[in-house]
Design a protein around this ligand. Structure first.
Ligand SMILES: [Zn+2]
Length: 160
């Protein structure tokens, strides 16, 4: 919910608000975590489920709830009722889009942790990052961090 890397919790998944210049910046996650190397987009279409199931589902639930409340407690004309239901849904879906992707990332990590554990040595192995950002060496600044200057403090070990 804080829009941070699901593995280390240190770095943001998206560009910060003050550096967001376009809709694409708003909706598109960064390539991966500059700190621990966790890839945010594993494959093309990775976020389809987050858009449809999480964002669309939550928007629909909000719409149904709004409609129920307005219909039950107020006697509104149909046009007003529709506007009062649809405008908040559009706004909600726009602002919830980032959270839906972050939730989906966390959910995917929870279900498919990508760690070397159990199994027969195959399958569930963490993949090396395929994007051009190398994981930061411990105790030094990452080579290219698109988001923010590195914070001082104790380095947090990522699970690997
Ligand atoms: Zn991370």
């Amino acid at each position: 919910m804080h829009l941070r890397c699901p593995t280390c919790g240190e770095r943001p998944i998206f560009l910060p608000l003050q550096r967001t210049r376009s809709l694409s910046d708003w909706f598109t996650p960064l390539d991966g975590c500059p700190r621990c190397g966790y890839p945010y987009e594993r494959e093309p279409g990775y976020y389809l489920m987050s858009i449809w199931a999480v964002n669309y589902g939550a928007g629909s639930a909000l719409g149904l709830l709004l409609y129920g409340v307005l219909e039950w407690f107020f006697d509104l004309p149909l046009e007003v009722l529709l506007a009062c239901v649809m405008i908040p849904i559009v706004l909600f879906n726009f602002f919830f889009a980032r959270h839906s992707k972050a939730l989906f990332l966390a959910f995917d990590l929870y279900c498919d942790p990508h760690e070397r554990e159990g199994g027969d040595g195959g399958g569930n192995v963490r993949l090396p990052p395929t994007f051009p950002m190398a994981p930061a060496p411990v105790g030094s600044a990452p080579p290219r961090d698109p988001v923010e200057a590195p914070k001082s403090g104790a380095p947090v070990a990522c699970s690997e």
